[in-house]
Design a protein around this ligand. Structure first.
Ligand SMILES: [Zn+2]
Length: 425
């Protein structure tokens, strides 16, 4: 049905690979937010040369933004020949830190065995490059498209997206009438449409004690033992309760179809900074950071209340127990209607390109869709991209070239469907 368009995308295979490599070569590590501006400008220059109106939008005043590490976002827009819907492709340009265990150079974009390697290859510079190629091929194929096409490269997704999509959403970049449909090429596998994500609530809990000589602990009050009591409560009461909470959201992998709780870190000791020899002291502080992922069926307030109830119970029952709770991060779950236009268009295009039905999934984690839905009030948003979900953030991360080409075809065909135009010549 889209033979000519797909042939054009096939012919851009090398261009797609080179674009992905070029993007990987910007070490846009976040935190702290390295090389954002040159990476955004690289993307902006490319799209300017293809007739897009390009703007740079710094997430000024948002977390992490500084003159040394400006949160530079790029938004490019190409108007069609007549009124119609706007389809927006959004990719984050930031990557997580490199970490240990690599056998290839993380910022060189090595090509081997049909794959491009590098930090961010999968999550999600390969997806962003595929979106750019899809849009460029469409514009070459058809000079009569209605509506508008937009591509954005945004920052800080890996740290919550406040300086990126969050900031742009507050400025109206992700609201009607400017934008109608959004596709985020995050790595959810080439044959899956991701319609949303679970909710997340991070909190830091501190138990407090009283310092004393370690040889006479009975004269103090041990903050670590108080935290131990809280951990016991989690094991005996909360974990069993969470295992009972199942969702109808099609979350992948299956293990994430229930509520989950991770304990990210625990630190006990003296509350003041101490960098000498181990001291014979009863610790007066213990801090724990928890990461609670919850379901669309759950009430966010209830998620918090469950934890507070355990802490208050201990305060009542356990002598000397005192605590402080600080909320670190909170995002509500989101899920696009499986019948929404963008879901249907991408699902049908997947079937056309890959010859198998698309799977609709929900991400166990979170991504920038939350800002688009909650701040921009735009429901017609999904994640769809070529990378393999499990490779994100791993050493020797890569993206498959065949998958990138296939996803570019899917994005281009879905765009045509959403623009409501007949297939090309
Ligand atoms: Zn990502």
């Amino acid at each position: 049905m889209h033979d000519s368009l797909f042939a054009r995308i096939e012919a851009k295979r090398d261009d797609l690979v080179e674009l992905t490599r070029d993007l990987i070569r910007f070490p846009t590590v976040n935190p702290p937010g390295e090389a954002y501006t040159p990476c955004a400008e690289f993307l902006g220059n490319r799209l300017t040369a293809r007739g897009f109106d390009v703007g740079y939008h710094r997430g000024e005043g948002e977390a992490g933004d500084s003159d040394r590490y400006p949160r530079t976002n790029v938004v490019a827009r190409k108007e069609g020949t007549r009124p119609g819907p706007c389809i927006h492709f959004n990719g984050h340009i930031d990557v997580v830190s490199v970490g240990q265990g690599w056998t290839v150079a993380p910022f060189e974009g090595l090509v081997r065995d049909g794959k491009v390697y590098g930090r961010g290859a999968c999550d999600m510079k390969g997806g962003l490059a595929a979106a750019v190629i899809a849009v460029e091929a469409l514009l070459e194929e058809r000079n009569d498209l209605p509506g508008a096409l937009e591509v954005s490269g945004t920052v800080d997704e890996e740290t919550g997206g406040y300086g990126g999509v969050g900031y742009l959403a507050k400025q109206g970049f992700f609201s009607r009438p400017r934008v109608d449909h959004v596709i985020i090429p995050e790595p959810l596998n080439v044959d899956r449409v991701c319609i949303g994500h679970r909710g997340v609530w991070w909190a830091e809990i501190e138990t407090r004690g009283r310092i004393a000589h370690g040889s006479m602990p009975f004269l103090g009050d041990c903050a670590v033992r108080h935290m131990g009591a809280f951990l016991q409560k989690l094991e005996s009461e909360l974990y069993p309760a969470l295992a009972e909470k199942h969702t109808d959201m099609p979350v992948v992998p299956e293990g994430a179809r229930q509520s989950t709780l991770n304990i990210n870190s625990i630190h006990g000791g003296l509350s003041e900074d101490f960098d000498g020899l181990p001291a014979p002291l009863v610790p007066d502080s213990c801090r724990l950071v928890l990461d609670r992922r919850y379901l669309i069926e759950e009430d966010p307030e209830e998620v918090k209340r469950e934890i507070v109830a355990l802490l208050e119970g201990l305060k009542h029952d356990r002598q000397g127990f005192d605590y402080a709770l600080r909320e670190v991060l909170a995002f509500q779950p989101t899920m696009t209607d499986p019948e929404a236009p963008v879901v249907r268009a991408v699902s049908e295009a997947i079937e056309e390109v890959l010859g198998r039905p698309a799977e609709q999934v929900v991400s166990p984690g979170t991504y920038d869709q939350k800002h688009i839905v909650r701040v921009g009030h735009l429901e017609d948003c999904i994640a769809y991209g070529p990378g393999i979900l499990d490779l994100a953030h791993q050493p020797d991360e890569y993206v498959g070239i065949d998958d990138m080409v296939a996803s570019a075809k899917v994005m281009a065909a879905a765009t045509l469907a959403l623009l409501g135009t007949a297939p090309g010549r």
